[in-house]
Design a protein around this ligand. Sequence first.
Ligand SMILES: *[C@@H]1O[C@H](CO)[C@@H](O)[C@H](O)[C@H]1NC(C)=O
Ligand SMILES: *[C@@H]1O[C@H](CO)[C@@H](O)[C@H](O)[C@H]1NC(C)=O
Ligand SMILES: *[C@@H]1O[C@H](CO)[C@@H](O)[C@H](O)[C@H]1NC(C)=O
Ligand SMILES: *[C@@H]1O[C@H](CO)[C@@H](O)[C@H](O)[C@H]1NC(C)=O
Ligand SMILES: *[C@@H]1O[C@H](CO)[C@@H](O)[C@H](O)[C@H]1NC(C)=O
Ligand SMILES: *[C@@H]1O[C@H](CO)[C@@H](O)[C@H](O)[C@H]1NC(C)=O
Ligand SMILES: *[C@@H]1O[C@H](CO)[C@@H](O)[C@H](O)[C@H]1NC(C)=O
Length: 718
Amino acid sequence: MLLKKSGSLVVVLLLTGSGVLVQAGWSVAHSPGTVCALQGASVVLPCTYTYPSPYQVMKTIWFGVFNKQETNLESLSEYSGHWTYIGNRMNNCSLRITDLKNSYALEYRFRFETDISGGQFTGKPGVQLLVTDLQVMVNPDTVTEGQSVILTCSTTCTLTGSPAFIWYRDGSPLPFTNQSHLFTASREDRGNYTCAVKGYEHLPSSAVILSVTYGPKDTSLSVSPSGEILEGSSVTLTCSSDANPPVQRYTWYKNNRALASWTGSGLNHAITNIVSEDSGQYYCEARNQNGAENSSAVTIDVQYAPRNTLLSVSSSGKILEGSSVTLTCSSDANPPVQRYTWFKNNRAVASWTGSGLNHTITNIVSEDSGQYYCETQNQHGTQNSSAVTIDVQYAPKNTSISVSPSGEIMAGSSVTLTCSSDANPPVQRYTWFKNNRAVASWTGSGLNHTITNIVSEDSGQYYCETRNQHGTQNSSAAVTIDVQFAPKDTSVSVSPSGEIVEGRSVNLTCSSDAKPPVQRYTWFKKNDTGVWQAGSGQSLNFSNFRSWNRGQYYCEAQNRHGAQNSTGLTVSYAAVANYKHDLAYIITGTCALAALLIVIVLAVCRRCHSVKEAKLNTEILQDAACAVYANVPGRTASTAPPGKTVPGKEEAEHSNVQRPHSQDQEEVQYASVQKPAPPGEEDVQYASIRFSRSGAAPRSTVPASEAVIYSTVAKGNT
Ligand SMILES: *[C@@H]1O[C@H](CO)[C@@H](O)[C@H](O)[C@H]1NC(C)=O
Ligand SMILES: *[C@@H]1O[C@H](CO)[C@@H](O)[C@H](O)[C@H]1NC(C)=O
Ligand SMILES: *[C@@H]1O[C@H](CO)[C@@H](O)[C@H](O)[C@H]1NC(C)=O
Ligand SMILES: *[C@@H]1O[C@H](CO)[C@@H](O)[C@H](O)[C@H]1NC(C)=O
Ligand SMILES: *[C@@H]1O[C@H](CO)[C@@H](O)[C@H](O)[C@H]1NC(C)=O
Ligand SMILES: *[C@@H]1O[C@H](CO)[C@@H](O)[C@H](O)[C@H]1NC(C)=O
Ligand SMILES: *[C@@H]1O[C@H](CO)[C@@H](O)[C@H](O)[C@H]1NC(C)=O
């Protein structure tokens, strides 16, 4: 056998000596000689061979070299089903191995045998198979944004065929295909990286994390709930930020000032029961080790219904009619007051609605007085101000005077004058005018003035003047007071005076004080035979006086309020004058009267301290003494011889004296007393004058109802 194979032996020697198949025509070649392939992938180990013709290849064998020992793959169960000879019997000897495992990483050799003895050949060295997996290398694996990072999809050998790499971050393919990639890290680059080989995308590497740290970004402040924030509600502020590592500290700012008390409250801050003071611009600062960022500002606008609604009046103090007054309704509200409603005396003033927060009353009048308030409203509620009283003041107006009772005013009655006026403040002083002269004594008597027991002197035109601090006004019209009274002081006068001589003409005149004036006069005559009506009219005229005309005359004066009789006036008749006794009577009577007067005057003066009064009395008495011939009947007649001093007069004229109307308001009563005269002798007429005092003060030694009887003795012609 050795001999048979001597030729082969030579060949073997040649091969061994050079390391190259030098025997002409016999060779096995691998290109490339080393194949690097991916674990799990399939690989073709390239192989070609040559041999001299016309030999024929009979057998092909692939060996794996384990510890320098060639082992036929067919005998290795580990390879069962994982390899295929894809060559032929001509010159192609390629081998496919699928589903590569690390254990397949060996040197593989091809051997073929031909039909000639010794014509067999093994390729040495064979082809080297390397198996690798993929591993992502991140260097460094933690970077700060901005730093460089290199990514490498590392293999233990250089993959045959320089395949493209495919990169994935978090499962998404990346746009670069190099085995190594150098870049500047940004926070977007953080993630899980894997790599694969094109064509073997199903065989990716395991994932490797690239961690990028960065300062807070996209910091924002949000408010929840969003929308309108009503006072009293709760609100949560949230500061969100993208940061790696996560935000380590939040700082809150309100209106650019840090809220110290909120620091440390985390990314949320809740404001419960929010109040308007919480309104403002808020932002937050998020900070980690890499930096800080402020959010943009968020405005919190806490809304609330109107409050502190206040009504103010432009003019402080007194408001005078005609002035301008502005009412201002102020209120604190958010959103601002949307509607103002004005109230006067609790009723809405419709015409003022919409006039805004100011309302001006120009030329204010008293009707504008009242209680005012305003109501403010926004979408959250309403509020009323407290009320303000406007009191429009003005000088008196519509001043008028009236008298009560109306109609005729009788003397002695009571009358009230009323001065009414509209004034604000009320009238402070009333001034009364009578016949255009102020009545000083009435000032201060108020708006009513009562005249009790009115007398005719109170008649006149009255008006009043009202005054307050703003002015005065006179009553628009005056009232006329016309005091009426029944006839009084009715008296009869005779012309000519003295004794009437037969045939003469005599006029009797009735005078009386009356309001309205006397409407009817009636004359009466009284003589021995009776009382006779003697005529009417103010005067009673006798053109030819006769004896039967003598008598006592009196008149009655009448108006619609009543009638009054005068005292009687005795009209005497003298046919012949014989006065021989008269002088004695007169002297005697005068002396007696003088004595009596002295007594009276002394008594009066002693009692009365009023000089004036005394004087007056004296005057009265003097008047009486001068005008009256008086005698005390019965006594003086005997002491004084009659008929001496007044010659030619036989009859004395008897006249009654009316006491002048004095301030004492004495009632004067007249009574005639007729004494039966001795036949043929004298006619004696008695007239008594009675002074009866109606005043309260007893004032004299003269008894209150002292009756002094005066009588004139008219002597007949004896
Ligand atoms: C050998 O044959 C295989 C399969 O037919 C083929 O893919 C390969 O290219 C051939 N090799 C050469 C060098 O001709
Ligand atoms: C955020 O705002 C505050 C106050 O204005 C300021 O002091 C701080 O520096 C700001 N922070 C940043 C990161 O700009
Ligand atoms: C304000 O006053 C008006 C009228 O008196 C009344 O109707 C209304 O309810 C009041 N508003 C408030 C808030 O009290
Ligand atoms: C004036 O007063 C009277 C009585 O009080 C009244 O009737 C009248 O209307 C008033 N006139 C004016 C203008 O006020
Ligand atoms: C004034 O008089 C009137 C009517 O006479 C009366 O009603 C009124 O009360 C009086 N006023 C005063 C203050 O006396
Ligand atoms: C009466 O006399 C008076 C005074 O002489 C005279 O005025 C008057 O007219 C007379 N009356 C009559 C009715 O004659
Ligand atoms: C009294 O008066 C009447 C009427 O005048 C008269 O007729 C009568 O004569 C008179 N009597 C005496 C006594 O004079």
